[in-house]
Design a protein around this ligand. Structure first.
Ligand SMILES: [Zn+2]
Length: 320
C-alpha cells in the first residue's frame, strides 16, 4: 500500500522512529478539542507530512512557532473572543436539528443570522480553497516554481493554515456537530465523577484528561504516541479510506461532519441527560471513540496538507 507516496513499510518505520524519538525526549512539553485535543490532532498529522508539505507549512508559520504547527493549533480559540475576530466564533461548530442525528450542508451551515457557509465545514472549504493559491517564497522555491503565479496573494495564508488545522480538529469532536437547542451539549449539566461540567466540555477536555491521568502517565505526548502506534498498527488498513475524498476533493468536511453528529447521537448524548452522573462506564466505552476521532483528525489533516502542498511540487517537478 502506498501512503502519501511512501511505501507502507516505510511509513510504519517512520511512525515507529517518531515514537522512539519522543520516548527518548522525556521533556517534551505539551500542556493542556480543548487545547489537548487540538495539540494531539496536529501532533498526529506532523509526522505524516511529505517533505514538500513540511517545507510549505514551515514557510507559512511565524518564526516564533519554530517550525511547529502544533504549537499554534489552538490560535483560533485564543482569538475568537476579540472584537475583530468575533465573526469567526460560529466557524468552530455546526448546529443541527434536535434529535435528527443527520447533517445537511445547505440546511445547517450558517451562523445565527442565517449567513450561509458560516460553520465549521464551510470554514474548512474556505481555508482549503485559499491555501490552493499558495506558492513558496522565492528564496525557498526552485526556479521553475517562480513563474506559477505572478500576482501577490491577497489572502493571509498563515491565518488560513492555522484556521484549517484547528477546524479539522474541531469537526472531529462529535459534539461540535450537535443539537441546536443544547448548543452541542453546552447547556447539558452533568457530573463527571465528583465534579460538575457541561457535556460539551467533557468531550472537549475531560475524556482526554482522565485518559491521560489513568493510562498515559499524565502526558499528552505519551497518549499521542500510543495513538500514532495504532495508526501505524491496527488502523493502518483504514487510514487510506479516512484520508480519501470523493471527486478529487482536497478536503471533504461534509463527510467528517456527518460522522460526528452520528457519533454524538450514538455515544455523546446517550445516557448523558441533564443531572446524570458519568463515570467509568461512560468513560471506558467513549474513550475508544475519542482516540479514533483524534486519529482520524490527524490523518485527514495530513492528507489535506499533502494534497495542497506535496502534489503541486511533485507535479511541477515531474514536468521539469
Ligand atoms: Zn475551536
Amino acid at each position: 500500500m502506498v501512503f502519501f507516496g511512501v511505501k507502507m513499510a516505510d511509513f510504519v518505520k517512520a511512525v515507529l522512529a517518531v515514537v522512539v524519538l519522543r520516548l527518548l525526549q522525556s521533556a517534551v512539553s505539551v500542556e493542556a478539542w480543548g487545547a489537548d485535543g487540538h495539540h494531539a490532532t496536529c501532533l498526529l498529522a506532523e509526522p505524516l507530512l511529505a517533505p514538500a508539505t513540511l517545507k510549505a507549512v514551515r514557510s507559512l508559520l511565524p518564526e516564533y512557532a519554530k517550525g511547529s504547527l502544533a504549537s499554534l493549533c489552538t490560535w483560533p480559540d485564543d482569538i475568537k473572543w476579540q472584537h475583530q475576530w468575533r465573526w469567526t466564533s460560529p466557524l468552530h461548530y455546526i448546529d443541527t436539528p434536535d434529535f435528527l442525528c443527520r447533517y445537511d450542508y445547505l440546511r445547517d451551515c450558517h451562523n445565527e443570522y442565517g449567513d450561509k457557509n458560516m460553520c465549521v465545514s464551510g470554514a474548512i472549504n474556505n481555508f482549503t480553497s485559499q491555501l490552493t493559491t499558495f506558492q513558496l517564497p522565492l528564496d525557498l522555491a526552485a526556479p521553475y516554481l517562480m513563474t506559477k503565479h505572478d500576482h501577490p496573494n491577497h489572502y493571509n495564508l498563515t491565518e488560513a493554515i492555522l484556521f484549517l488545522a484547528h477546524f479539522v480538529g474541531d469537526i472531529h469532536q462529535p459534539l461540535h456537530v450537535g443539537f441546536t437547542s443544547d448548543a452541542g451539549g453546552n447547556t447539558i449539566s452533568v457530573h463527571w465523577y465528583k465534579r460538575k461540567y457541561n457535556l460539551h466540555h467533557i468531550w472537549d477536555s475531560e475524556l482526554i484528561n482522565t485518559a491521560k491521568q489513568r493510562f498515559y502517565n499524565s502526558s499528552l505526548s505519551v497518549m499521542v504516541d500510543a495513538i500514532l502506534l495504532k495508526i501505524g498498527g491496527k488502523w493502518v488498513g483504514e487510514t487510506k479510506s479516512w484520508g480519501a475524498c470523493a471527486n478529487h476533493g482536497i478536503s471533504c468536511p461534509d463527510v467528517y461532519a456527518a460522522e460526528s453528529i452520528s457519533l454524538a447521537c450514538k455515544y455523546a448524548y446517550r445516557n448523558a441527560t441533564p443531572g446524570s452522573r458519568l463515570a467509568d462506564e461512560y468513560f471506558l466505552s467513549r474513550l475508544p471513540i475519542v482516540e479514533r476521532r483524534l486519529a482520524q483528525g490527524g490523518v485527514r489533516l495530513a492528507f489535506i496538507l499533502n494534497r495542497l502542498f506535496a502534489q503541486t511540487s511533485d507535479s511541477l517537478i515531474n514536468q521539469k
